[in-house]
Design a protein around this ligand. Sequence first.
Ligand code: AMP
Ligand code: ZN
Ligand code: FE
Ligand code: FE
Length: 292
Amino acid sequence: MRIDLHTHSTASDGTHRPADLVRLSAEAGLDVVALTDHDSMAGWTEASAAAADFEISVVPGIEISTTTSGAAVHLLGYLLDPSYPPLATELALILQGREGRLAVIVERLNLAGIDITEAEVRRQVGAAPAIGRPHVADVLVAKGVVADRNEAFATWLSWGRPGHVQRYATQTETMIRQVTESGGVAVIAHPFGRGTRQVVDMEGLARFRAAGLVGIEVDHQDHSAADRRTLTEMAQELGLVMTGSSDFHGAGKVDHELGCNLTAQHEYERLLDAAALHAAAAGREVTSVARP
Ligand code: AMP
Ligand code: ZN
Ligand code: FE
Ligand code: FE
């Protein structure tokens, strides 16, 4: 059973359409793939429809922008109900924050001497509801300002650089509660990735778990072997599910190929069990995803 629980499509900052992502996942030998675009579920319908053409299960998911003590914490939600009003309201605020940030980023880059317009970035964004820095990065690459997304982030877009502009994010515990109340399950993405390590210690995780957190992503390219051992111990101590994933972005992220990290089948089953409990508590039908 090959299970990859974190991927991005053109509904956010991935470079493949949802249907192509599903096809590529099947070709990569995956049995289960979760589509987890940033702050948007716009790719779900296309991905689910494509799943019927291949022998693969698609888990509807999302990677939500949250914040704890000033740190950006990415929260994966699976099998959540997008129509749950508090959740829908928060997601709309986050998308508005992404939308409003673009003009400021462009203005700051212009002030720093970079020739870039909002229209150029919007062409790059296309129909994606979640406008991200990677779209700005792709324009900078296309214009020959930088060689690739990594250089764009390092020079212009990461924290402390001219194009880094704060945007709205929900408090992590609030979002964990809303995902859970909607009948979904919440998992912290790459807990030891950029800038999150200081808020994801045992104390932080215990608070997140009290809010309903079900799991943490352990096997991720941002984590060293030592990180993975530490996170495994933390997950075991707190009874959290451990997931693994590629965080695939297509051409947008090197060394994140589909299936490069996987989730064990029994951990996936624990996730589905928790989702079934949360859906029952929410008075919802359990979203059917194929059981292994
Ligand atoms: P934003 O959504 O605008 O906050 O931008 C964050 C997104 O940029 C996430 O998808 C990250 O995976 C991606 N990202 C962050 N740093 C880099 C980098 N150095 N190279 C490529 N993508 C990056
Ligand atoms: Zn991304
Ligand atoms: Fe992330
Ligand atoms: Fe991601």
